[in-house]
Design a protein. Structure first.
Length: 116
């Protein structure tokens, strides 16, 4: 995850409406400096990851991709996706609704075998 001290969601040093004399170099690549439209003014000085992202994504941005991966491992999305891809590869078609009991069993086995 991002270090909020090093990379705050809003950085006053990168807000060109506040700092009229210039910004640190990292602002050019990490923060919104010059909005292209008046509706984008509210993003001035914001970390680019947060620009245009809905509020519901803020915890994902703050916690990073590792947290997203851990969440999807815990809720079986990774195992289910892996099993569905293997099924498609070996069978040559997507798993059908009437075969979901097979999918559930394969997901459980896949997890119990440490995804191997």
């Amino acid at each position: 995850p991002l270090n909020p001290t090093a990379f705050p969601a809003y950085n006053k040093k990168c807000d060109t409406s506040v700092t009229k004399t210039g910004n640190p170099g990292y602002c050019r690549t990490l923060y919104m400096l010059n909005p292209g439209h008046t509706k984008e003014e509210k993003y001035r000085g914001k970390l680019l990851a947060y620009v245009f992202a809905p509020k519901s994504w803020e915890s994902n941005i703050a916690n990073g991709p590792t947290a997203l991966a851990k969440r999807d491992i815990a809720n079986d999305k990774i195992a289910s996706c892996g099993v569905k891809n293997m099924w498609s590869w070996f069978v040559g078609s997507d798993i059908q609704k009437q075969q979901t009991h097979v999918l559930n069993g394969l997901v459980t086995t896949f997890k119990n075998k440490q995804y191997n």
